[in-house]
Design a protein around this ligand. Structure first.
Ligand SMILES: O=C[C@H](O)[C@H](O)[C@H](O)COP(=O)(O)O
Length: 256
């Protein structure tokens, strides 16, 4: 109890839930997702992110919509998100009919102390960034492995960059000549020979950057390269992050 009281006094970083048992990664994703949905969904237009953590958020959303008879519309950020919404019988909308969202909830690959994010580990960064940019509130849900002091400490696969296929070599060269590091074209692996093709028909480059950089400047630089469609840096977008911690607590961090 003393520990809980201490956590509650930590300003914008506080413990929303506490229990003493050790938590698995999946358990911590679920805790973060459930608390985030409980605290941020009151009805309205909801952006649904992509990845494994959002699955728990959609389950919780379906539960509270049924319990409280909430009036919502869900806007997907990917093929996967659309399928999740349909699977749970939630109302499906799009940005054409709902260009302003009340809240968007999504996972992240890494979250630094400024709530700058790396996203796109699952290749969905483009639609995720579009949908999040239309939301009045962008809520991030993540397990404890995603929380870091500096980007690159936890997520070592690099910043995903979605590119028009014919441009990928030129984009690689321009990034490396400006900032260094190294870049891999993301490949499909065993499921198919050749590159990953995104929901939008593009390729993904994964840029292992050499050091901590001015992320806003990097984001702008990347998006100015002809052929780049979007990059996985989300700067000044997240309003709040919920981290499921190893001890079963959920830590909340608001953007200052
Ligand atoms: O492209 C994928 C998305 O950006 C995901 O939100 C991100 O990779 C986090 O996914 P997960 O919740 O599976 O860790």
């Amino acid at each position: 109890m003393a520990r809980l009281l201490k956590l509650l006094k930590q300003g914008p970083v506080f413990c929303a839930k506490y229990c003493s048992s050790a938590m698995s990664v999946e358990g911590s994703k679920k805790e973060a997702a459930c608390i985030a949905v409980e605290n941020n969904v009151k009805g309205g237009v909801i952006g649904i992110g992509s990845g494994s953590t959002i699955v728990y958020a959609v389950e919780k959303l379906a539960e509270i919509v049924a319990e409280q008879n909430l009036d919502i519309v869900c806007i997907p950020t990917s093929f996967q998100a659309r399928q999740l919404i349909i699977k749970h019988g939630l109302p499906l909308g799009d940005l054409e009919t709902h260009p302003v969202l009340d809240v968007c909830i999504d996972g992240a690959d890494e979250v630094d102390t400024d709530l700058t994010l790396i996203k796109g580990g699952g290749g969905c960064l483009l639609q995720e960034k579009i949908v999040a940019s239309c939301a009045k509130k962008f809520v991030v849900i993540a397990d404890y492995r995603k929380k870091s002091n500096n980007l690159g400490e936890q997520w070592t696969k690099g910043i995903p960059i979605e590119v028009i296929p014919l441009s990928y070599r030129c984009v690689e060269m321009k990034i490396v000549s400006q900032y260094g590091g190294n870049i891999d074209l993301r490949l499909s692996g065993e499921s198919k020979a050749g590159p990953v093709v995104t929901d939008n028909g593009n390729f993904i480059l994964d840029w292992k950057f050499p050091s901590t950089l001015d992320w806003k400047a990097v984001e702008i630089f990347l998006n100015m390269i002809p052929g780049v469609v979007e990059n996985g840096l989300f700067v000044n977008m997240a309003h709040v992050a919920y981290f499921g911690m190893k001890d079963g607590s959920v830590m909340t961090k608001e953007r200052e």
